[in-house]
Design a protein around this ligand. Structure first.
Ligand code: PGA
Length: 250
């Protein structure tokens, strides 16, 4: 069976000092939650400090983005080998990257392939905007983004993938989707993964829900058959993240 997975996406929050403080407070409660894979994704600048604090624990680290080139003249970018020094995971194709930094299905795909090449597990984000949702295009958009991101992924790498379905209208708005609506999309994603990689691989891939997940609504999502955990933004900066991990362990 799939091990539940909760990842905290800190986004552009926390200095090193603040990151240390948060991890020292939250780490104790998080460590006590068993049977769940727990991952924290701080900004690049805090990875070293957080890695030092989490060394020897069962809490993993992820980056929030990564460039696809190995190295060179790409001012401001971070290469796969640099991410790999600290992180088992990397969030790719988050809607904020697509919305504010011009990422496309193609550039997300390049990053996914670079992650595969470097043995970093991508947490690939997909999800429709409010307009697309209202226009009834959710299934089509999620299918296009998933297919686009995963082009060229090898069958033997596929089972380790993590996909996050994050409806853009639910991110940071306090308006989460419902368990039932999210399940519908998760079921479609799993069916697509089965088309791409076969049912056995698709059954191993964790599909997370993201978008205003809190300790109060987490259980509603985790009770759905194809929702294997959560990608958490706002609530990952608070104790609420522990409550979400606890809900995933049940
Ligand atoms: P949120 O963000 O939990 O603050 O809605 C989720 C995300 O962007 O991953």
């Amino acid at each position: 069976m799939r091990t539940p997975f909760v990842a905290g996406n800190w986004k552009m929050n926390k200095t090193v000092a603040e990151a240390r403080e948060l991890v020292s407070i939250m780490g104790v409660g998080l460590k006590a939650v068993k049977g769940v894979e727990k991952v924290i994704c701080p900004p690049f600048t805090s990875l070293l400090a957080v890695a030092n604090l989490l060394g020897g624990t069962d809490i993993g680290l992820g980056a929030q983005n990564m460039h696809w080139e190995e190295k060179g003249a790409f001012t401001g970018e971070v290469a796969p080998a640099m991410v790999k020094e600290f992180c088992k995971y990397v969030i790719l194709g988050h809607s904020e990257r697509r919305q504010y930094f011009g990422e496309t299905d193609q550039t997300v795909n390049k990053r996914v392939l670079a992650a595969q090449k470097n043995g970093i597990i991508p947490i690939v984000c997909v999800g429709e905007t409010l307009d697309e949702n209202k226009a009834g295009q959710t299934a089509e958009v999620v299918r296009r983004q998933t297919l686009g991101a995963l082009q060229g992924v090898e069958a033997d790498f596929a089972p380790s993938l993590v996909i996050a379905y994050e409806p853009v209208w639910a991110i940071g708005t306090g308006l989460a989707s419902s368990g039932e609506n999210a399940q519908l999309v998760h079921g479609q994603i799993r069916a697509l993964l089965a088309e791409l990689f076969g049912q056995a691989a698709a059954d191993k891939i964790r599909i997370l829900y993201g978008g205003s997940v809190t300790g109060a609504n987490a259980a509603e999502f985790f009770s759905q058959p194809d929702i294997d955990g959560a990608l958490v933004g706002g609530a990952s900066l608070k104790d609420d993240f522990i409550a979400i991990a606890e809900a995933a362990s049940k």
